[in-house]
Structure formats: structure tokens, C-alpha cells
Design a protein around this ligand. Structure first.
Ligand SMILES: [Mg+2]
Length: 341
């Protein structure tokens, strides 16, 4: 079965949402309005997908709801977001769209309340993954995937600040490295990358290395999102020489899919429940590029259980060759960490 039509719609929706985010950064919106923009991004994606695939069974599992935008003190933010959404939509070639009202925006956002699950098709969206990176001017991603009968069948990652060249050794002061990447993958059809402003796509592959000494690894920028002490223990055991590359959001999955690094480790603090929108798009982008994402026990990630992943301990991503030794290092490190407590 081909998902070409859905993939085209997903690429368009994520690219427009990315444009909305880029424009807003230039406009120097207040921090509150920028946070509100998560919802503008969700409204755009939701609106475009439902327009392309109108159906009573339309289902979107997404991070945001309209709750705080409906409050009296958010009036101005809602107004500005509505303006920005309309401006972004009218800049596209879709000519038959009449401007959305504030109520249309709120309704589009609230379409994202679906619970997902193992039956039927569900879109899965993180409207701005890596909010802190977005606010800092660093990495963030619009992450959109489609589940069919519990499996991820396509994924799109729009990464407006990711350099088109390697990020692992990227010199931030180098102005020559153009930014803005769009990764997309469809089940059994590979992973491709193009620039956000629309170059022709090139097929990407994960790093082929089987030597941990030459493998660099990615982890969350925010220590609150992953235990850096545990990941450095794992890297040491495995023999990784290079220091970790810390970036926000699922841009890490994109970078890994084109071989910038060979490993991504994520170990949230105890009690944290992983949400499907934080991994679904990244998961298939890496898998179709020849990599694997698993939990700390080596089980494949299961996106069929609703809004949460409910996995064992952490998420590890690498290529096929490194996975056995990575898994061993992960399990030994977890044991040591537990016994040292
Ligand atoms: Mg997120």
C-alpha cells in the first residue's frame, strides 16, 4: 500500500508550519505569543490535513489543546496567531481558502485530542518539538507522522535551523552552512532529505560504522530531558571517543538518519512518560534510513497504545551493526547505576 498522497500532504503541512515559526521569530513576538505559536503550528497542520482528507474518522493525536488560548488574557495572542496563520496559508498556492476565524483556529487545534490506538489511521503531531530550542534560536522541529493499524507508516521532520551539512562538526560561527531541512520517510520506501525551501530530495542513510570509537552520539540539550551521567557512562563503556553532541528536538533523528552521528541516547528521569508525538516521525525517518530505535531492553517502540509509549527506561537509536554492543553497554550501565544508588 502506498501512502504517497498522505506523504505529500504531510510535507506541505509541516513546511507551512515551519514557515509560520520562522516568520514569528523575525517578528520579535513576545515570549508569551511565541509559546502561543505552538498552537498556531498545530492549527495549520490540522487544518491542511483535514482539508485534504475530510472524513468522519479523521484523527489527530497532538500535543496542544486550545485551553489557555480561550482565556480572556490570551485574546491578543489568539488574534496575532490567527493573523499569522492566515498570512501563512495565503502565501501558499492554496487559493480557495477563505480566511480562518479565531473560532476556526481553536477548533482546528482541538482536533488534536484523539487518543490514537491500534486500529485505523491516526496522524501524530508535535507542532513545535524542542520548544526551549525554538525560544533560544537553536534546534526545533515540526514532527508529523501517520499511524496505520498501530504502525508508523510515514513521517516528516521539518527542522528550520538544522544545517544542510553535518551538524556533528558544525561550526556555528560558519555562516556558509545554509540551514533548513525537511526529512521524510515512507514505510519500505526509504528516507529523503531536501532543503525546506524546496531543493530536489536526496536519499539518506545512517552511518555505516561498526566502530564505536569513531561514532559520535547525540543527546538532549536539556539535562532535564535525559540523564547525562548515565549516557556518559554508556558512551565510556562502548568506547565512544567524541564528546556528546547536544541538540534539542527530533532534529537528532534527522541528523542521525543522514549519518551525522551514529548513536542517539535518551534516558528521561524516573516517572517521565514518553509521548508518541515526540518519537513517531523520528522513528520512521531513522528506520527507513537503515537504523533502529528501541527501548533500553531492545524492544521495538510500540506506537499502538494511545498517546503514551510506556516503554522500558529509555530510548536508544543506532545502526544495525552497533545495536548489539550498544544494548549491552546500556544494560550494564543501568545495572551499575541502580546498584550505586
Ligand atoms: Mg516534544
Amino acid at each position: 500500500m502506498s501512502y504517497n498522497k498522505q506523504l505529500d500532504a504531510a510535507k506541505k503541512a509541516a513546511s507551512l508550519a515551519a514557515r509560520l515559526c520562522q516568520v514569528s521569530l523575525l517578528r520579535l513576538l513576545s515570549p508569551f505569543s511565541r509559546i502561543g505559536l505552538l498552537k498556531g503550528s498545530q492549527a495549520i497542520v490540522s487544518f491542511i490535513l483535514e482539508k485534504e482528507f475530510p472524513s468522519v474518522s479523521f484523527s489527530l493525536v497532538a500535543e496542544e489543546d486550545s485551553g489557555d488560548l480561550r482565556k480572556e488574557e490570551s485574546k491578543e495572542t489568539l488574534h496575532r496567531i490567527t493573523e499569522l496563520v492566515n498570512e501563512t496559508l495565503s502565501g501558499d498556492e492554496i487559493s480557495d481558502i477563505s480566511p480562518l476565524s479565531e473560532e476556526d483556529i481553536l477548533i482546528a487545534i482541538d482536533k488534536g485530542k484523539s487518543e490514537g490506538g491500534p486500529r485505523g489511521q491516526h496522524w501524530v503531531l508535535d507542532p513545535i518539538d524542542g520548544t526551549k530550542g525554538f525560544l533560544r534560536g537553536d534546534q526545533y522541529a515540526i514532527a508529523l507522522a501517520l499511524l496505520d493499524e498501530g504502525k508508523v507508516v510515514l513521517g516528516v521532520l521539518a527542522c528550520p535551523n538544522l544545517p544542510l551539512g553535518s551538524v556533528a562538526f558544525h561550526d556555528r560561527s560558519n555562516p556558509g552552512n545554509e540551514v533548513g531541512c525537511l526529512f521524510f520517510a515512507q514505510v519500505d520506501a526509504g528516507t529523503y532529505m531536501q532543503s525546506l525551501d524546496g531543493s530536489s530530495p536526496t536519499k539518506v542513510h545512517v552511518s555505516p560504522t561498526d566502530n564505536p570509537e569513531e561514532a559520535s552520539f547525540f543527546e538532549s540539550f536539556e539535562a532535564a530531558h535525559s540523564m547525562h551521567d548515565l549516557t556518559s557512562m554508556i558512551a565510556r563503556k562502548l568506547g565512544v571517543k567524541a564528546p556528546p553532541v547536544r541538540i534539542d528536538s527530533q532534529a537528532k533523528y534527522g541528523a542521525l538518519s543522514r549519518g551525522d552521528g551514529a548513536i542517539y541516547l535518551r534516558f528521561p528521569h524516573k516517572g517521565y512518560r514518553e509521548k508518541i508525538w515526540d518519537h513517531a516521525a523520528g522513528y520512521i525517518v531513522v528506520a527507513e534510513a537503515g537504523g533502529i530505535a528501541a527501548d533500553a531492553s531492545g524492544n521495538p517502540l510500540d506506537f499502538s497504545r494511545g498517546r503514551y509509549l510506556d516503554l522500558d527506561t529509555g530510548i536508544i537509536v543506532t545502526n544495525q551493526k552497533l545495536m548489539p554492543s550498544l544494548l549491552k553497554a546500556v544494560q550494564e550501565s543501568i545495572k551499575e547505576k541502580i546498584s550505586s544508588l
